[in-house]
Design a protein around this ligand. Sequence first.
Ligand code: PLP
Length: 465
Amino acid sequence: MNWDEYAGWSKQIADWSAHYHKTLRARPVRAQTQPGEIASLLPKSPPLKPEEMGEILRDFEEVVMPGMTHWQHPRFFAYFPANATPPSMLAEQLINSVAAQCMLWQTSPAATEVEGVMVDWLRQALGLSVGFTGVIQDSASSATLSAVLTMRERATGYTGNRQGLSGKGHLRIYCSDQVHSSIDRACWVAGIGQENLVKIAATGPRHGMDAKALDAAISADIAAGNIPAGVVAITGGTGIGGCDDLTSTLKVAKSHDLYTHLDAAWAGSAMICPEFRDAYWNGVDGFDSIVFNPHKWLGAQFDCSIQFLRDPTPQLNTLKIEPEYLKTSGVTVTNYSEWTIPLGRRFRALKLWFLIRSYGLEGLQTRIRNHVGWAEELCTSISDLDGFEITTAPILSLFSFRCPGDDAAQQRLVDAINDDGRIYLTQGSHAGRKIIRVQVGQFDTTFDDVMAVKSVVQEVWEQIR
Ligand code: PLP
């Protein structure tokens, strides 16, 4: 394909994209295909001869699209949405066209410098104090892994990378039982091990760690000869939105000189609204590392996860490696690949620049405020359904409920709703029981879309009860 042909197809795809987004409500949210169905439509072997782009695009429509779940659908209320706003999609097109590897300052100075400024814009937007710097990672999972590796290295006097962990005792990491599975995985991959991730039972209306229980667990470990290495707190757990009290958690962690990381993957975006900070963000400035995903609620297309660092030195001491071929001569610069695990990096900051300029912080705040308010209204209206129970009250835009019946009935209802296709919900668990989650956060969702959840739940329930 030559570049003139590329331009023609590219325009055609841009038109397709706009039409797709404008007509999403006509599609079922969750793919309605069976396992293996799409694969069975693909040739078993690669083509030997070139094929026409028109034919490839036709197959994309006919073979691939029926097997897609529509994450940009305004009635997507599952997991947490991964929003892709039009300005961030445009920035992605430019990033894809330039296709630079932005691992070092000199491999694209603009990418490094825009990244530094975007991290600082978001620091200000989230009300974090001056002094936090940070880096854009692909995902919260990678940021958390970086933080857990830093905990490991700091607790071993930065000897783990060189010597391995053998003979170094049991390093221990602490968190609540509401954390995302990325914390477990980080402990597996860092060589700490699942058994050394100490989960403190969440309590209270916010489902957070009890600071006294955290302190007791750390003290018991010290008495047993284990080595406490760090604490991972959460603002907005995935299951029911659990939030640790940041001030008391930090107080305990700091009294034992532990490294601290805060996972605010989805809920962090809401902190651009100052009115939510008193309840969810007090004390945040004391954390060593904080992650939130603009690719969730803020609208920057995946992947785009910001890790703020109070002092980048411990993470650099953990991850920086500088072979001769990666040295930059003659200037003192920031090389962001030294802050993260992968070397190669995309120019993710451009998406933020386009996004924030296009909507302004006020435009983004309005969406988040609407989502939180609409989730509360929906929760009230579901509580009116006969026999339905609100199992966890809204934390920002996430709440959960149960229909009448046992756990199997909850799953039957979720499956029937998703087979129906008008909305998409997922299940979770709380207090030993299955629950049905509702998470409002899709960028184009409207009040009517959100309130449609109640009528769909009611209708589908009547059909299957
Ligand atoms: N932490 C929380 C609280 C999440 O909700 C999620 C994903 O939904 C993650 C971490 C993982 O995010 P990522 O997919 O960016 O690794």
